[in-house]
Every structure is written in structure tokens, then in C-alpha cells.
Design a protein around this ligand. Structure first.
Ligand code: SAM
Length: 297
């Protein structure tokens, strides 16, 4: 398993920005130079052969298509926001999933895009501008500092939480970490401390997302392969989630690879494998059927 080889075999995915262009028109344009297929899971995603270089393509430069991977494109789709909803993207830069939300909501309703890092806020603003979305409000700050009781968040019905993670699933070079190596012992303490710190933040952020009063759907995602950032984060919030009326739902039920079997219900979770699916990724979906003001007894 060479990382270069794995990277090379990865198809090039492009997501059509349906705020600016419909999928069939994008296919027609791209077919002039590439072999193009529609993705079987995500309707606005197109699959091109590995190595297709579109960085300088006109449709990329004018924001009609975005170079966004399959796993990343599954996150906003799993949330299924409806046109007209108020939706919060908790950790949003550089904004790929934020603008996907805007497209799924057909430009209607409102998206609050929160981002802590000032430099990354600029990238977020650039992505939003390029997308043409006009219903995204950028909030530069700490998601954990947002007060769920603040009236400006009272109408939030869905939250996308894609927090900082180890990135162990996406960077092809890091696939080398899956193989035993002589430096493994040296890296182990550093890696496990870093993972622990990330997991502490991820658990806090997920618990915080669930605490917004009107939220009905929460997606938690990472591009990590580590259980500590994935199944363990989800299982740690289950008692809180259940006390608030949330259940784990099954995003993309037809998808075969589910969560590691480490707790009852982990079959609802979705995993992508860094080798077989060419990208390591994790998605959990919490759904509250009974609204807070009408709780089941
Ligand atoms: N969802 C983004 C996308 O698809 O383009 C990628 C998000 S990236 C995995 C995580 C982001 O969360 C980073 O930009 C990071 O700066 C931001 N972040 C980390 N801690 C945060 C916090 N406490 N509040 C808000 N944003 C935070």
C-alpha cells in the first residue's frame, strides 16, 4: 500500500453548486473534456477519473462547481436541512459544507456559520462569496461560547458540527500511520495526548450542539479513523442526548460500512474506510422527533 498509489486511484469528485448551475448543465460542460458520472449517493456530486485536474477550470473559478470529496459532501446531505430553516454550522471554515447547506436549502432560510480562527474566517467569507449564497451570516467566535438561550439562536432547527479533528482519514500520507513503523513508539505519546485533547473538545461541542432548544437534527462528522474521536464521542453524549429526546438515526441506510460495534446502536453510525473508500470519514446523525416544548413522557 503506497500512499501515492492510493492518492492516484482516488476519483476526482466535484460538487455542483446548484445555487448557480444545475447538475445536467455541469455534466454537459465537463463532458467536453472528461468522462463524467453522477455519484450514486449524492445527487449534486459528479465523479471524474482519478488525476483529473480541474483547479484552473472556469467552472471552479466562477463558483459553479466546487472540488469537494464524497465524504465531505455526505455531511450536509445527511443533515437534510429544509428550505426556510435556520441552521447553524458550528465549525465552518473553509465553508465547503456551509455552502452545500445553502444549496440544499435553495438559498432560503438562514445559515449561521461560526468559526473561531480569524484567518480561516477570511477563507470562509471567500468561499461564501464565490458560492453566491446570500443567506449565510458569519459569526467569528467560539461555538462553545454561543449561548443556546440567546433569542438569536431560538429558531435553529439543525446543527452541522464538523469540529477540528486529527485528520487521520483524509491525508493520504498519513495512511502510513496504519502500517507498523520504527517510529511508532516515539509518536505514540504525542499522538495519544493530541487525540485525547481533540476528543475532549469534540465531546463538549457535541453536547453543546444538542443543548440548543429548538434543534431537531444534529450531524457530527470527522475526517478521522480513530474510535476515540468517533464512536467514543457519540457514546459519551448518549445519556444527555436521550434525556433531551434525541435518538441516533441512520444516515444513508444503503451505505454498508457502519460504526465500529463498540456500543448498542453503533450500527446507525456511518464510516468510510481510508483504503477501500479512499478516504476515512465518520458521520453520526441525531434526530429529535418530539420537540422540546412537547416532550414524550
Ligand atoms: N466544515 C468545514 C468545511 O467543510 O469546510 C471544515 C471544518 S474544520 C474540520 C474545523 C474548523 O473548526 C476549523 O476551521 C477550526 O478553526 C474551527 N474551530 C475549532 N474550534 C472551534 C470553536 N471552538 N468554535 C468555532 N470553530 C472552531
Amino acid at each position: 500500500l503506497g500512499s501515492k498509489l492510493t492518492g492516484h486511484l482516488k476519483p476526482r469528485y466535484v460538487r455542483v453548486n446548484t445555487l448557480k448551475m444545475d447538475v445536467d448543465s455541469a455534466v454537459q460542460e465537463l463532458e467536453k473534456h472528461y468522462t463524467v458520472q453522477k455519484d450514486e449517493t449524492i445527487p449534486d456530486l459528479l465523479v471524474l477519473p482519478p488525476g483529473s485536474d480541474l483547479h484552473a477550470h472556469r467552472l471552479v473559478a466562477n463558483g459553479r462547481i466546487f472540488l469537494q470529496g464524497k465524504a465531505s459532501s455526505m455531511v450536509a446531505a445527511a443533515l437534510q436541512p429544509e428550505a426556510g430553516w435556520v441552521v447553524l454550522d458550528a465549525c465552518s471554515a473553509p465553508g465547503n459544507k456551509t455552502i452545500h447547506l445553502a444549496a440544499l436549502m435553495e438559498g432560503q432560510g438562514k445559515i449561521i456559520a461560526c468559526e473561531l480562527n480569524e484567518e480561516r474566517v477570511k477563507r470562509l467569507e471567500h468561499t461564501i462569496k464565490l458560492s453566491g449564497a446570500s443567506n449565510i451570516e458569519v459569526c467569528h467566535g467560539d461555538f462553545l461560547g454561543l449561548n443556546p438561550k440567546d433569542p438569536s439562536f431560538a429558531k435553529i432547527r439543525a446543527i452541522l458540527l464538523d469540529p477540528s479533528c486529527s485528520g487521520s482519514g483524509t491525508i493520504t500520507d498519513r495512511l502510513d500511520h496504519l502500517l507498523p513503523s520504527h517510529s511508532e513508539d516515539n509518536n505514540m505519546n504525542y499522538d495519544s495526548m493530541r487525540l485525547h485533547k481533540l476528543a475532549v473538545f469534540q465531546k463538549k461541542a457535541l453536547a453543546h450542539a444538542l443543548s440548543f432548544p429548538k434543534v431537531e437534527r444534529v450531524v457530527y462528522s470527522t475526517c478521522s479513523i480513530h474510535q476515540i474521536e468517533n464512536e467514543d464521542v457519540v457514546s459519551s453524549v448518549l445519556p444527555l442526548a436521550s434525556s433531551l429526546g434525541f435518538k441516533l438515526a441512520t444516515p444513508f441506510p444503503q451505505w454498508q460500512r457502519r460504526g465500529l460495534p463498540v456500543f448498542a446502536g453503533s450500527e446507525h453510525l456511518l464510516r468510510m474506510d481510508p483504503v477501500e473508500d479512499k478516504e476515512g470519514f465518520f458521520i453520526a446523525l441525531f434526530v429529535r422527533e418530539n420537540k422540546v416544548d412537547n416532550p414524550k413522557s
